[in-house]
Each structure stands twice: as structure tokens, then as C-alpha cells.
Design a protein around this ligand. Structure first.
Ligand code: COA
Length: 323
């Protein structure tokens, strides 16, 4: 069976920076509270661009790095919790924005684990000869579903997009990839939708669409699953942590990573973090981090890295990438 590699990565974040001090002007919080509980210092907020706009900009950069033109694309998958519309998919808007009219398009919903879920699907499409390539995107405009009156959640999230072009390869690329979920925990992190409303049902209340979270439950789950998922990848790949240059986690919270690093027995520096600049950009956080690592030459050809994500559902996902 052929291998699949990441041939190009690109990212895009809105220009508008919202600092912790800016947030303290709209909810009862402080830079000290947010920094010490999460590690986040600032985040980017869309001033009108929607999820597909961010995704298209990240996609064009990834295509350029992979030396591919939009017409070459066979498949576009967008992982998002903040789509442009319930239907059609955000992926079709990306297709239209970049002119990739030969590509099949769909979205997947796996919250902050979505990028690796989508990566897994893209890899399987190429391995099974359904596609000769794939564009996998994580894109979020979470600011549009954030409850800006809820200090428990509004301080955590940000907007952004990251994209990866996948191509078949002779050399090893993405491997030991897996996804998991536990629907019994669905209520702990949630973005509601329209309730059932039709000629037979009149809901008592229709609430605004907004994100709600039980922070402590999410924290407990996330810090343990990072440990489990990293160990599973190492076992599947028959490697040890000494073989791994970096672990690139979903960028949710510094304290989750601190806990996981301690349990794994590795220095925190083994984890690449840029959440201080972007907050939690959900499905976009891992490709945004990867793009920065490549731009800064933090990862080089031949390096082995582990990607690991966790999020609403609960869901989780991880893989090994040989660069
Ligand atoms: N500013 C100031 N105070 C805040 C606050 C804010 N932004 N948000 C909450 N508080 C308050 C709470 O109201 C509470 O006050 P009380 O004791 O008077 O009721 C107090 O701070 C402590 O709240 P608690 O929930 O115990 O804080 P915590 O130490 O558990 O940290 C989180 C809260 C959200 C930072 C933490 O639970 C967490 O990181 N969870 C995971 C979140 C996450 O990463 N989600 C996405 C995963 S994909």
C-alpha cells in the first residue's frame, strides 16, 4: 500500500488582535487570570471574513508550497465547528473561492480533533486510489458562536485556518493515525443548533447558537487523553519518545500540556505551543502550529513528530508524521 505525505502546509489568521486586556473591558476577567489558567495572551478575531474565506487563504498558501494548482485537486475536506452554513458544506465555498472545480467537497464535524480526523480520511482516500491528492483544512470563525458575556468560555477561543496538501509518496509520511470518540460526554462541550420546530412541535424556548462548556470535565478528559493517544501512536509505530522530535498538540491550554508532559516524563519543550498568540482555534490549531514550525525551520526533513488532538464529543485523534 502506498504512503501518503504532507506536501505543503499553509495558514491564515485574521489581522485583528484581541488581547487579554481588551477582553477585560467586556467581561469581568484579567490578563493575570487568563494567562495563569491557560497560557493565552491574545487571539485573532474576524472582522467579517467567514470560515470559508479563512480556509481559502490558508489553502492557497498550502497549494503553493506543494507546487499544485487548484484545478489539480481531487478532494477538499474542511474540518470545522463553525461552518458558513448548515448546508452546503464550507468545502464547496472554498472550492469556489480558489477555483478547484475538479475536487469533490465535504465537511466533517469532530470539533478540535477535526483536523486529524480529516487527515485520516484524506490519507485513506489516497491509499485506496479514490483520490490522487487531497486538501485537508481546519478552519474556524469561533467568534461568531462565542458567548461574549460568558467569561468561562469567551477568553479561550480564537479564529484562524490551516491547510495541508496530501500526496502519495514512496517515503513514509502520515502513519499510525487513529480517531476516537465518547458520545456519553457530548454535553460537556457543546454548540447548540436549531431545536426541532415544525407544525407538530413548538419548542418552549429557542436559544441563540452559542458555545457552552464544563471546563473542569474537559480539562480532566484532555490531560489524560493526550497521554493515552501519544502512547498509542508510539506503540503502533514501535517507537519511543526519544525518536520523536516534537509533539504538536491541539492548542487549547498550556496547563493541559504541562500535565501531559509531566505524566509522559518529557520536558514541556518537547511540545510545540503557540496558543499564547492565537488561543484555541479548534480544528485549525494544529495546521497553524505546523505552518509556523516549518516557516521557522523548527522541523526539518526526516524529523518524526506526533500530532495529537482532543475536543468536543468527546473526540480525540493522533498520528505520526515523518517529515
Ligand atoms: N476570568 C476570571 N475569573 C474566571 C474566568 C475568567 N475568564 N472564568 C472563570 N472564572 C472564575 C469562575 O467563575 C470561578 O469563580 P468562583 O470560584 O467564584 O465560582 C473561578 O474562576 C474558578 O473557576 P474554575 O472553573 O475552577 O477555574 P479552573 O481553574 O478550572 O480554570 C478553565 C477554568 C476553563 C481555564 C479550565 O477548567 C480549563 O482549562 N478547562 C479546559 C478548557 C478547554 O481547553 N476547552 C477546550 C478543549 S478543546
Amino acid at each position: 500500500m502506498r504512503e501518503v505525505k504532507i506536501a505543503g502546509i499553509g495558514s491564515y489568521v485574521p489581522e485583528k488582535i484581541m488581547t487579554n486586556d481588551d477582553l477585560a473591558k467586556i467581561v469581568d476577567t484579567s490578563d493575570e487570570w487568563i494567562s495563569s489558567r491557560t497560557g493565552i495572551k491574545e487571539r485573532r478575531i474576524s472582522e467579517g471574513e467567514n470560515t470559508s474565506d479563512l480556509a481559502a487563504k490558508a489553502a492557497l498558501k498550502a497549494l503553493e508550497k506543494a507546487n499544485l494548482s487548484p484545478e489539480d485537486l481531487d478532494l477538499i475536506i474542511v474540518a470545522t465547528s463553525s461552518p458558513d452554513a448548515l448546508t452546503p458544506s464550507t468545502a464547496v465555498f472554498v472550492q469556489r473561492n480558489i477555483g478547484a472545480f475538479n475536487a469533490a467537497c465535504f465537511d466533517i464535524s469532530a470539533a478540535c480533533s477535526g483536523f486529524i480526523y480529516a487527515l485520516n480520511i484524506g490519507v485513506q482516500f489516497i491509499k485506496s486510489n479514490q483520490s490522487k491528492n487531497a486538501l485537508v483544512i481546519g478552519s474556524e470563525v469561533l467568534s461568531k458562536i462565542t458567548d461574549w458575556k460568558d467569561r468561562n468560555t469567551c477568553v479561550l477561543f480564537g479564529d484562524g485556518a490551516g491547510a495541508a496538501v496530501l500526496l502519495p509518496s514512496e517515503e513514509k509520511g502520515v502513519s499510525s493515525i487513529f480517531c476516537g470518540a465518547d458520545g456519553r460526554k457530548a454535553e460537556f462541550l457543546n454548540i447548540n443548533c436549531v431545536p426541532v420546530k415544525n407544525p407538530f412541535v413548538t419548542p418552549e424556548k429557542i436559544e441563540d447558537i452559542r458555545l457552552t462548556m464544563d471546563g473542569r470535565e474537559v480539562f480532566r478528559f484532555a490531560s489524560n487523553i493526550v497521554l493515552e493517544a501519544v502512547n498509542k501512536v508510539l506503540k503502533d509505530a514501535n517507537l519511543t519518545l526519544d525518536d520523536i522530535k516534537y509533539i504538536v498538540p491541539h492548542q487549547a491550554n498550556y496547563r493541559i500540556i504541562e500535565f501531559a508532559a509531566r505524566k509522559l516524563g518529557v520536558p514541556e519543550e518537547k511540545f510545540f505551543l503557540n496558543l499564547q498568540k492565537y488561543g484555541n482555534t479548534s480544528a485549525a490549531s494544529i495546521p497553524i502550529a505546523l505552518d509556523e514550525m516549518i516557516e521557522k525551520e523548527i522541523i526539518k526533513k526526516g524529523d518524526k513528530i506526533i500530532l495529537v488532538a482532543f475536543g468536543a464529543g468527546f473526540t480525540w485523534s493522533a498520528c505520526l508524521v515523518e517529515w
